[in-house]
Design a protein around this ligand. Sequence first.
Ligand code: PLP
Length: 371
Amino acid sequence: MGIYTDLGVRPVINADARLTRLGGSLMPQAVRAAMDEAAGRYVDMFELQTVVGRRLAALTRNEAAFVCTGASAGLFLAALACMVGSSLERIARLPSLEGCPDEIIIHAAHRIPYDLAVRLAGARLVTVGNVVQTFPWELEAAMSSRTAAILYIAGEHLSRGALPLAEVVALAHARGVPVIVDAAAQLPPPENLWRFTRDLGADLAIFSGGKDLAGPQASGLIVGREDLIAACAAHASPNQRLGRPMKVGKEELVGLLAAVERYLAQDHTARIAHFERVVALWVDALDDGDGVRVRRDFPNEAGQPTPRALLQLDPDRVGLNGSELRRRLWEGNPRIAVAAAGEHAISLSPDTLEPGEELVVLERIRQALQP
Ligand SMILES: *Cc1c(COP(=O)(O)O)cnc(C)c1O
């Protein structure tokens, strides 16, 4: 059997997305081996963080890098770094932010559930623009001596209504304000590991370690300006400070390093070509030209340049809607997760599947569509 089945918990075939509620992603052998080895020896954690950070900075072509417990923790530490800096005198007064700039500017179009992480650090969010549009003067008018940073959420799907990142960076830097980019799910392409910071000039960019990087679930990567990365470290574990509840372990540190090394060595063109073949297979096999229409969808739900299949049902012809199809897939055997896409459709992702699972998904959907 297996560890989940022994517990009476059913494993999932994930054709939905890299979602924390489904376990995030699956770690490849190289990452597991690194974590397993790290788990067997004591080490100086300050030294390990510094050395792993330096290696990750070189790999991602950034000035500096820091490993945290997830992109949300990265947002928390980045907010503290921009509001408080590394000053021990200010750190000693935390959680009071007296005397520190404590406003973080965000586009209305970028309000997402994860912005709670910067509010947890004590930041007050100042929203600019609206979901439809934002003008440069609105951003300029929002900046003041109280501004600690601008938080920019990257992703094609969130770009409508927000100013382009390069313009935000130019306006912010003219006023000496740093820009934090939440790029948690913006991989692939791997070049994004340096694009937001080195190419577009953002001060910090934050990635999830447990999404496409396939590193440890409880890991995240902050890259960017050396002084701000040092400030992130100043607030984080192993220090007994505000970041301590988000403690990163030696296992996550070496695991994320192994994951980034592997990710940069992967052939991403071949990977995406494989996803295209899987999507084409689903389209060919499931589209019946009648009650079940299937087409390629691009980019995916997080704005990543990878294809998905969108399966649209005509409930009058097939006698079920999208949520009933999802329920049948979830409750059947093996348990399969697919994404909702409105009332009468589902989305299928190839990039979260293990080799061969695309055929299991195909077969189970065929069965589920039977009257
Ligand atoms: C997934 C995600 C997060 C949270 O990342 P974790 O690594 O799970 O903490 C934050 N922001 C965005 C935009 C995300 O997609």
